[in-house]
Design a protein around this ligand. Sequence first.
Ligand SMILES: Cc1ncc(COP(=O)(O)O)c(C=O)c1O
Length: 419
Amino acid sequence: MKDLFDKFRKDKGPLGNYADVAEGYFVFPEFEGQISNRMKFQGQEMITWSINNYLGLANHPEVKKADAASAAKWGMAYPMGARAMSGQTPKHEQLENELAAFVKKEKAYLLNFGYQGNVSIIDSLVNKNDVIVYDSDSHASIIDGCRLHQGKRFTFQHNDVASLEKMLERATVVANKTGGGILVITEGVFGMRGEQGKIKEIVALKDKFNFRLLVDDAHGFGTLGKTGAGAGEEQGVQDDIDIYFATFAKSMAGIGAFVAGEKDLIKFLKYNMRSQVFAKSLPMPMVEGALVRLDLLRRSPELKDKLWKVATSLQKGLRDAGFDLGLTDTVITPVYLKGSVPEAMVMVKDLRDKYKVFTSIVIYPVIPKGLILLRLIPTAVHTQEDIDITVKAFSAIKEKLESGVYKRIGDEYIKRMRA
Ligand SMILES: Cc1ncc(COP(=O)(O)O)c(C=O)c1O
């Protein structure tokens, strides 16, 4: 018999194997200062493109004032206990009512974290007779929710409606046998690649198949649609989303999440979502803070306009400079480059140390081997100067990557770091 810990001493996983050279710089970086377009990293000011502070609310004076006032009034504990036990307040219900109205659904229910919320929504909606069909590029929280499922599940190829149709045919055969139903899951916006989920096309399949649709709109909420209600509103099919999910961790620059839909669904979830039934209620400063943030979403459409202005200019600048941004049709700006992990590391180091531009770096297994994805998250507080400096810096590193400079020093760099 082996010691349980033996395996992780030998193989730390595709990312973990680089932990000794990557931690503190490429992963778990520590920023100093207020969340903004420029932050300090290792003592240097950087243009920061790696934080989902889409609307710039993290540092909005009204938001900070409301958060501080609520914490001073209530502390961080109130209310104690789960909602069903002793954690219910009129403010929690007010926030739910306002969120439901904002995303044009009958009712909403708060979740403490988006991740756990997604897991628990999926877990409570299906039993072993039901079938789940979900996008192959789904967020970990969706995948983990599906992992709890004791019945059949199928993945369809990312954003491929023909593949979904094929899987729905299989799912229908299974569900007819078991007497269960079908849950289809996609995202409003895929956070790595910036592509909107094909909600409109998926909804059209309801004419042919019997299923309910769950949309994780973590990145669409506040950034898409005429009123900011998200990807469903953008695509004109918000009414056809049966279960709408969004988090406060992106546009709202907070913590917590919510699920919205018809009143019977929300009532069922309220009594059956284990992440909420068996966990403490969201603290008051998160709730009162979210009310103020939501109000800003409603009455400050210029924040969304500014975000899009920044994103459009950044994406145009990068495309004009010859970069491949894939199929993004949102503000998320992925830059795809070809190279190995060591090349990616020295390139990102160059980008940060020399050009003072900070982006996230995404490698295998999140994207295929041999590809490097530098992901830029524009926000309403970035400036044209930030964009100009960034496009210039990207052009410089592209030239070095293509001429093999990073390849030559990449392996050497890792050797040196490990020595
Ligand atoms: C698509 C998607 N779903 C769910 C989550 C989880 O949300 P939270 O950070 O509130 O746990 C995230 C955020 O990381 C996300 O990007």
